[in-house]
Ligand binder design. Structure first.
Ligand SMILES: [Zn+2]
Length: 265
């Protein structure tokens, strides 16, 4: 039975592979895919407030404001922008990913604020998806951020649905290199000061799992650190983050288009 299932899974993967390349060819004949659409995902919302700083800064409010600033900045640079959340409401995981997939975005940026028991730790971390975390801390960040999306039936449903998982992995792997590339560009632009650059890490974030495009999750600072919280309360730091992510997206877009043989806009 187990073997039968495996064989079926392998056959299905092959079929999906053939379909995917056929679709890619169809895409090419319709003209190359230019980098023009970015989805911005503000973490949390509604009852899920995310992290909270000692001075009262709330992650769900911070990241929505930064998402709007980034959206404005990207739009000013000629990009189409779609937000997964527009107000203080809880948006389910499936809705976030289907918004991104439906508009066939070229890049998915999820924005979050960090939290850790050691209040001395501050700085910026950028993540892209992996099935296992690159270190213990990265694993903890993913567990915390995944919490709101975990329902009681999720783990069972997932292991039962092995085929979907395999297909999901195929799609995601296709974008792994580009996700890594964007994460590195974002980290480079965001963390100008080496003291706050905590690097690019990998972890199993569920919000990055099903998006069919390059995707990264940015932790814009630690709400548990007094200095980071103070900075993030002000417009200056929020605008700095939006500008840095805009530069990273534009640079990524140029490389993306060059790889696909599309001239610059
Ligand atoms: Zn978060």
């Amino acid at each position: 039975m187990q073997l039968e299932r495996k064989r079926f899974a392998v056959a299905l993967v092959l079929v999906v592979g053939v379909l995917a390349s056929a679709l890619a060819r169809a895409d090419e004949s319709a003209g190359p895919n230019r980098f023009d659409t970015v989805v911005i995902d503000a973490g949390h919302g509604g009852d899920d407030e995310g992290a909270r700083g000692a001075a009262g800064l709330v992650e769900k409010e911070l990241v929505l404001d930064v998402a709007y600033r980034l959206a404005k900045s990207l739009a000013e640079n000629g990009l189409q922008v779609v937000l997964t959340r527009h107000d203080d409401s809880f948006v389910p995981l499936e809705t976030r990913t289907s918004i991104a997939n439906d508009v066939r975005a070229d890049l998915f940026i999820s924005i979050h604020g960090n939290a850790i028991h050691d209040t001395k730790i501050r700085g910026i971390e950028t993540f892209f998806l992996a099935l296992s975390a690159s270190d213990d801390h990265a694993g903890q960040v993913a567990r915390r951020e995944n919490q709101a999306f975990r329902t009681e039936d999720t783990p069972a449903k997932r292991s039962d649905d092995a085929l979907v998982a395999i297909i999901g992995d195929l799609i995601t792997n296709e974008h792994m290199e580009e996700s890594n590339e964007f994460a590195r560009l974002a980290q480079l632009q965001l963390a100008g000061d080496p003291k706050v650059a905590r690097g690019v890490k990998q972890a199993p974030f569920v919000v990055l799992e099903s998006v069919q495009m390059p995707a990264a999750l940015v932790e814009i600072g630690f709400l548990t650190n007094r200095l980071d919280e103070q900075l993030l309360q002000g417009s200056e730091e929020r605008d700095r983050i939006a500008a840095a992510l805009t530069r990273a997206a534009l640079e990524f877009g140029q490389r993306y288009d060059a790889r696909r043989g599309v001239g610059s806009r």
